[in-house]
Write a protein that binds this ligand. Structure first.
Ligand code: AMP
Length: 213
């Protein structure tokens, strides 16, 4: 089963993708994570995208489509979860073609709805574990008092460079201008499932399971 998690920054796509990986053995393909890796490892592409990402703009379609093309060759395990991709109509068309080339298709697009005030609150409080990528929130899910990740024991707390008020404003703008048209696109294709992304992590996870079954 190949699915897309669609939603604005802070909707909880990464958190829910991690859960689906654990529960269903699916493979998470996050273009944001791939781009951050490229940036951290100082590749030419990483240098090109660093500034774009810091501003909260979208990276070019060619770059992200190239990243996804590399990853979807071969075995897809329990299926792919596309997290943060596609973000434009051109990317959505490219994904359909790439999957078709592999003799595969898309089974569902899960739109996670969260209101804007909650997004801002979530993102400015967000941190992740440098060891395993587990997501924490200063208010709703703070780091354990001993400073060690509850999942893997790492003490490395990471905050994203673009999780600040200015970049977030731009990321939201990009979402509404370029990504939200995908909701209509997948609705028209009969693939859209919508879940409320505002509740507790377990409730959202149950809603996603319901949408997928
Ligand atoms: P994310 O981790 O999904 O919030 O992505 C972080 C940043 O990476 C975005 O604000 C964009 O600058 C860039 N990015 C990630 N995925 C894409 C994509 N599919 N298309 C264009 N830019 C992307």
């Amino acid at each position: 089963m190949n699915i897309i998690l669609l939603g604005p920054p802070g909707a909880g796509k990464g958190t829910q993708a991690h859960i689906l990986v654990e529960k269903r053995g699916m493979i998470q393909l996050s273009t944001g994570d791939m781009l951050r890796e490229a940036k951290d490892s100082g590749t030419e592409m990483g240098k090109v995208v660093a500034e774009v990402m810091a501003r909260g703009d979208l990276v070019t379609d060619d770059i992200v489509i190239g990243l996804i093309r590399e990853k979807i060759q071969g075995d897809n395990g329990g299926g792919f979860i596309f997290d943060g991709f596609p973000r434009t109509l051109a990317q959505a068309d490219a994904l359909a073609e790439l999957l078709q080339e592999q003799g595969q298709g898309l089974d569902a697009v899960v739109e996670m709805q969260v209101d804007d005030d909650a997004l801002v609150e979530r993102i400015t409080a967000r941190s992740t574990c440098g060891g395993c990528g587990a997501v924490y929130n200063d208010i709703t899910k703070p780091w354990p008092e001993d400073g060690k990740c509850a999942n893997c024991g790492s003490t490395e707390v990471k905050r994203r460079a673009d999780d600040n008020a200015d970049s977030l404003k731009q990321r939201l703008m990009e979402y509404y201008k370029k990504t939200s048209p995908l909701i209509g696109y997948y609705y028209a294709k009969g693939q859209l499932k919508t879940v409320d992304g505002l509740g507790e992590i377990d409730d959202v996870s149950a809603a996603i399971e319901g949408a997928l079954s």
